[in-house]
Design a protein around this ligand. Structure first.
Ligand code: AMP
Length: 176
């Protein structure tokens, strides 16, 4: 049980098996134990190497312990990436009660506000501008975020998101 051997809890191991994965990829084998231990991590890997699961799985493991609040935030540069990360996260979390949500720009904000104010989410995947809009409208609180992921951080900076990222960082707890 290689995923279990990395320290992932049973419902998530079941989730990755149902997704059709048998063995962790190299970045997963390296990153999962480090994220589970709560350490900060910078990782680089090419597309298609399993990078998304490398951070989502140990974050979901952490979220399984603890209350129902927005505790993990994944920032990513594009709507397509955001949607893809959310789909993967939902897939891995399907045998848990965790709630996963996604917000991005270019679509009406109302349904995203209703989702956040309604059932709420444990893990939110977001593009930076829309997240700030939602925070400005007090539709989301970032006060209890424990885990922050900057997915494709280099691309976010290239796309001019650095000021938005700085604003978001100021809204998060100092210790995360
Ligand atoms: P990514 O690099 O995160 O974009 O992942 C690339 C593709 O590999 C996605 O379609 C994942 O569903 C898939 N994938 C991720 N981890 C594994 C794994 N351990 N075994 C097989 N496929 C995987």
């Amino acid at each position: 049980m290689p995923f279990a051997a990395l320290g992932l809890p049973a419902p998530l191991v079941k989730g990755v098996r149902a997704a059709g994965y048998t063995n962790p990829t190299p970045i997963q084998a390296k990153a999962i134990p480090m994220v589970l231990s709560g350490r900060d991590l910078i990782a680089a890997a090419q597309t298609g190497t399993g990078k998304t699961a490398a951070f989502i799985l140990p974050i979901l493991a952490r979220l399984l312990e603890g209350g129902e609040r927005l505790r993990a935030l994944v920032l990513t540069p594009t709507r397509e990436l955001a949607a893809q990360i959310e789909t993967n996260a939902r897939d891995y979390a399907r045998f848990t009660d965790l709630q996963v949500g996604v917000v991005y720009g270019g679509v009406p904000i109302g349904p995203q506000e209703r989702m956040l104010r309604g059932h709420g989410v444990d893990l939110l995947v977001a593009t930076p501008g829309r997240l700030l809009d939602l925070q400005g409208r007090q539709s989301v609180s970032l006060d209890e975020v424990e885990v922050l992921v900057l997915d494709e951080a280099d691309r976010m900076v290239d796309m001019g998101f650095a000021p938005d990222l700085r604003r978001i960082l100021k809204l998060l707890p100092d210790k995360r």
